[in-house]
Write a protein that binds this ligand. Structure first.
Ligand SMILES: [Ca+2]
Ligand SMILES: [Ca+2]
Length: 314
């Protein structure tokens, strides 16, 4: 005579009727054992599928294992689980709960699942504005601001989103400034239709003397699922930045005395000189001087290095 087996079933699955990718939702269900008494570990699994059955589930949303004392069909257990909506294209799906995924022997497996429909919505990030100063000097730091709007039907729930920042020599964004590359990273939460302003300080490369345009590419790290709608993630600011060279200092030694000497090897020699700033910009910081003894007035021809001087001048 065969050993009587338990017969599990699951019913009354409940979940939100709509949710967005990556959103955490609470799924609840009830279970019962209509067969022989069971008092052991029972595992239920939450699946996502495009049909209300177990045929080729699209994704697992996690399992729930508990010790259940189910002596007969009169005992109903309540279960619930928080689960994240997978990155899956928007559309109508089903959340399917399957009981007894741990393989407890039972004869009737046809009643081991139940489903509830759910509509999954997807966010779509787009950069709507880019703001920057109109003029700046090379080497200076400026503040950039840009706006990201969620134009999709789904929410973006607290997702780390990185934006890439580049400068271009042209408004079409074809020729990038190779010496500049920056980015911004931060967590972003956006309901459908909502916008967020981001900002970043950037330093224009030294020596840049061009008109440049700012490019922002949002979600550059692809952390936010957009179901492929990433063509609108890039925007180039309408207002170019005219970058000019700042006034630079120009140091030159003057009044070197003596200008030519007849000296005896081994003896000390006193040299005096002045340094003049003949440029248009101020001296910022310190510099060092070096003295050479040379048979030529041209630097690089037959010098003997004499003395390092580090006067720490301001
Ligand atoms: Ca069953
Ligand atoms: Ca997008």
């Amino acid at each position: 005579m065969p050993c009587p087996k338990p017969d599990f079933t699951v019913f009354d699955v409940a979940a939100p009727s709509q949710a967005s990718n990556k959103e955490s939702v609470v799924i609840s269900w009830k279970g019962r054992n209509n067969g022989a008494a069971f008092n052991n570990y029972l595992v239920d699994e939450v699946l996502l599928n495009d049909a209300p059955n177990l045929t080729t589930p699209l994704a697992s949303m996690g399992s729930l294992g508990e010790y259940r004392n189910l002596p007969n069909g009169n005992v109903v257990y309540n279960a619930q689980k928080s689960a994240s909506i997978p990155d899956i294209p928007p559309g109508n799906y089903f959340i399917v709960v399957r009981t007894n995924t741990g393989g407890v022997q039972e004869d009737n497996l046809a009643d081991n699942f139940a489903a509830v429909p759910i509509e999954i919505k997807t966010p779509n990030l787009t950069v709507t504005t880019v703001n920057n100063p109109a003029t700046v000097q090379a080497g200076q730091t400026i503040n950039l601001q840009w706006t990201i709007q969620n134009t999709g039907a789904g929410s973006l729930p607290n997702c780390p989103v990185s934006d890439r920042i580049r400068l271009y020599y042209d408004a079409a964004g074809v020729n990038p400034v190779p010496s500049f590359n920056s980015s911004f990273s931060g967590s972003l939460t956006l309901l459908p239709g909502n916008s967020a302003v981001r900002q970043q300080n950037i330093t224009l490369p030294n020596g840049l003397a061009n008109t440049v345009w700012v490019e922002i590419v949002t979600n550059y790290n692809n952390n936010a699922y957009e179901a492929g709608l990433t063509a609108d993630n890039r925007r180039i600011g309408l207002q170019p930045i005219i970058v000019s060279l700042p006034d630079y200092p120009n140091l030159t030694p003057v009044e070197i005395s003596p200008s030519a000497v007849i000296a005896t090897a081994g003896n000390s020699l006193s040299v005096t000189y002045s340094v003049q700033n003949q440029g248009d910009g101020p001296i910022l910081g310190n510099w060092s001087d070096a003295l050479y003894l040379s048979s030529s007035p041209v630097l690089g021809q037959g010098q003997t290095w004499l003395w390092p001087l580090h006067p720490n001048r301001k």
